[in-house]
Design a protein around this ligand. Structure first.
Ligand code: ADP
Ligand code: ZN
Length: 760
């Protein structure tokens, strides 16, 4: 008989404690039940996240009350939480906190209720006539209610009938009308109507592919009930026994992948099941949402949208809509993978290669990998899609763990854009040439034809460094080991790591000389240069600085779509997922930016980014053209992107990874230590490395502790230890054991990142 429960207490920052189960109710409680427990001098409500027969805690108290035995989360999601803790080497409380959103945990936000009025009974004609004479406003209210033929919100009544509360109350007193409260749902899209958009007829390539998706959905055992409790393989990449196999859809930009997702979801709905569609936060644009809402417009309430800008109330209502089975399609960013869907039939992960699926705080999970694990637990189909699959996923397909599906052509035989690489070393040595002559000529041409241009540069600000030409002083952030960026609009210098901000100096802070030189190019400078080159053109900038107002993003996209903007300059905000048929020219200002970072994925990231940005061109009837400006034009990442050759890039890149034992052939774990005291941080890193060497499984490769590439950030000195292994769960558990025992100084913070993506 289980005797103890670990209870995660609401509103305690995810803390969990052990409690004894009261004998009479022990059998009725399970993981997910809500209970009241004593915490220090008060009591609080919490969720049971584990039940066991033993506890290591002492002085364990008794659960005082059962709030609801019915689990708030399905056992499957709770098992997923346990899996995350085990795999990502983090406390179970941290994992559960992620799965059960804060607004659901803390009871402060509830359903919203509103007062409604309805007629108590039909009013006799005489009575109505009398009322009209004595109290015309009250009569107006009655008339309005008769016309509406359903309960009307009091607020609406007051407004429409120009009435006061007294009028309504007096009618209520006379038993003419009844006031009642109703639960209403907050709907972030309440103001909008979506016209139904019918499914498109698939082309030949899509049809063949869709049949395979259908087969996977049909073959999935799940949906009706969760598959038995046999614990899943702990490694998401090892899914050899998973049935059906995950599908990896590699389709070039504009090949109609999204249409496949839409129809696959339709299929799942017809089977009375639900679906989760993950998209990167950045592509959760009005455009994407609209496409989904319109396709399922007949059942509009069925689409729940989850993203980071929802209010707490909206998030609360969407969550309940999903859990109650009223919203059977969930579209959302990373954390939507934990949506409490019932009878899940399909999970789609669009742009599966996107780094934003990786959460960069504890628990440091990767939503695509969680999606594969969840699909396996649910026994449902899973479809990963991308124009540039991650090496991890593609390796799984090559190894036969995933089934590879391909779309090789753009819809309607639209051509892939023509990509030209411009060797910036050959440009005439004009001072600070930002745009090459060829790109300028081509922009001129598009302006004349009334076609649109996108210029891409993944760096905000005006100048990216300030150097004194007299003494060589560089303006650096006092808290971080990076140069400060000059933002001309505010005439401030800003740190892009910690946000430190200062007035831009007019003379060198060190030698007081006036010859401060601004160099390096950000989007602000590009916008400025383009404005000077093309005074007649409408130029807009889209980056985090220009888009601070809530609706700016939507407005700018709208203006661009309707042709009110000729040239759009932007950061990665404009790189993904946007579909503008009139864009025929894309200029990539500096393709080398991410290429020479000390990160083994630098080439892969550059290839993906170039392909995605280039994919914004030529989506309409006119063929698109792309200029890629680079100082290393013969780098393989640039050359393969130029030829739209994913396979070529893959073959070259994967050999490097194999030779140096990097992912996808191993799992990489990054242990980061940070401290305001450089020596204490360094010493702790060395101590940890020594301990790990003694205890880790023999197949682990451990690098020597070293200062991180970004040595200092937010005033903390940073040190890295990198581990690689083929058996990640064994390593995670071993790590946990070492870290739990090793005492670190209080001001040294240690974090563990399993399958790390952020190596700087
Ligand atoms: P991807 O997701 O691969 O970039 P989309 O699904 O967005 O591609 O398709 C690109 C464009 O082609 C969209 O405007 C879409 O409506 C259209 N499209 C997709 N499939 C078809 C089809 N079978 N027939 C006609 N148009 C299609
Ligand atoms: Zn800083």
């Amino acid at each position: 008989m289980p005797k103890y429960a670990r209870v995660m207490v609401d509103d305690s920052g995810g803390n969990a404690f052990d409690y004894e189960l009261p004998e009479p109710v022990a059998a009725s409680l399970s993981v997910g039940s809500r209970v009241r427990v004593p915490v220090r001098t008060r009591t609080a409500i919490g969720t049971i996240i584990e039940i066991s027969e033993t506890t290591e805690a002492s002085g364990v108290k008794l659960i005082t009350e059962v709030v609801s035995a019915e689990p708030i989360l399905s056992p499957l999601l709770i098992r997923l939480g346990a899996w995350i803790a085990d795999y990502y080497c983090c406390p179970i409380e941290a994992a559960m906190k992620t799965i059960l959103p804060q607004v659901i945990r803390k009871a402060a936000v509830g359903h919203k209720t509103q007062l409604f009025a309805r007629l108590a009974q039909p009013l006799a004609a005489d009575d109505f006539a009398a009322l009209k004479k004595r109290a015309p406003i009250q009569a107006g209210i009655v008339e309005h209610l008769i016309a509406a033929a359903k309960p009307v919100a009091i607020s609406e009544l007051l407004e429409k009938c120009d009435a006061t509360h007294q009028a309504v109350q007096s009618l209520a007193k006379k038993n003419v009308l009844v006031i009642e409260s109703q639960k209403i749902e907050r709907d972030p899209f309440q103001e909008e109507t979506f016209l139904h958009a019918a499914a498109l007829e698939l082309n030949a390539e899509q049809t063949t592919l869709f049949e395979k998706v259908r087969a996977a959905i049909d073959a999935a055992p799940g949906g009706h009930r969760a598959v038995d409790a046999e614990s899943p393989e702990p490694d998401p990449t090892s899914t050899a026994r998973c049935f059906p196999r995950p599908l990896l859809l590699h389709g070039v930009t504009g090949s109609g992948k999204t249409e496949i997702y839409l129809q696959a979801i339709q299929l799942v709905l017809a089977r009375d099941q639900s679906a989760i569609m993950l998209v990167p936060e950045i592509s959760l644009t009005p455009q994407t949402v609209e496409r989904f809402k319109s396709r399922f417009a007949a059942t509009q309430h069925e689409v729940a949208v989850l993203h980071s800008h929802l209010s707490e109330g909206e998030r609360h209502d969407e969550w309940h809509k999903i859990r109650d089975g009223r919203a059977r399609i969930v579209i959302g960013a990373r954390s939507a993978i934990f949506a409490p869907c019932t009878r899940l039939g399909l999970i789609v992960v669009d742009e599966e290669h996107e780094n934003s699926y990786k959460q960069e705080e504890t628990p440091r999970y990767h939503a695509r990998d969680i999606a594969v694990v969840r699909a396996k637990m649910e026994g449902c189909a899973i479809l990963l899609g991308s124009a540039t699959p991650s090496l991890e996923s593609y390796q799984n397909a090559v190894a036969g763990k995933y089934e590879l599906l391909k779309l090789t052509m753009r819809v309607d035989d639209k051509k892939m854009p023509f990509i030209r690489v411009v060797d910036m070393r050959m440009e005439p040595a004009k001072k600070s040439a930002i745009l090459s002559e060829k790109l300028i000529a081509s922009m001129k041409d598009r302006l004349a034809k009334k076609e649109q241009t996108i210029l891409f540069l993944n760096r905000r600000g005006f100048s990216t460094s300030l150097i004194c030409s007299a003494c060589g002083y560089v303006c650096q952030c006092p808290n971080c080991s990076v140069a400060l960026t000059f933002h001309r609009a505010q005439s401030r210098i800003v740190c892009h790591i910690c946000g430190h901000i200062a007035v831009a100096p007019t003379k060198c802070p060190e030698c007081k000389d006036r010859s401060i030189r601004y160099s390096g190019t950000g989007t602000e400078k590009v916008e400025d240069a383009v404005g000077k080159l093309f005074p007649g053109a409408v130029v807009k900038r889209m980056d985090a600085d220009a888009m601070t107002r809530k609706d700016a993003f939507r407005e700018t996209l709208g203006a661009f779509k309707t042709g009110k903007i000729d040239i759009l300059v932007g950061t990665q905000m404009i790189a993904k997922g946007l579909h503008f048929p009139n864009v025929t020219l894309v200029g990539i200002i500096n393709a080398d930016l991410a290429l020479h970072l000390p990160d083994f994925r630098a080439g892969e990231r550059t290839f993906q980014l170039l392909t995605q940005v280039a994919g914004r061109a030529g989506r309409g009837d006119v063929e698109g053209e792309v200029f890629v400006q680079s100082f290393t034009p013969f780098h393989p990442a640039i050359q393969f992107a130029r030829h739209h050759d994913f396979e070529g890039f893959w073959e070259e890149e994967v050999e490097h990874r194999r030779a140096f034992d990097y992912p996808p052939f191993t799992h990489l774990v990054l242990i980061a230590l940070r401290s305001p005291h450089q020596q204490r941080g360094e010493f702790s890193a060395q101590t940890l490395a020594r301990r790990l060497k003694e205890t880790l499984p023999p197949d682990t490769t451990l690098s020597d502790p070293a200062p991180a590439p970004l040595e200092k950030s937010h005033g903390n000195y940073r040190f890295h230890l990198m581990l690689r292994t083929r058996s990640i769960v064994r390593l995670s558990r071993a790590l946990r054991a070492v870290l739990d025992k090793l005492p670190f100084p209080e001001d040294v913070i240690v974090t563990v990142d399993v399958d790390a993506y952020q190596l700087l």
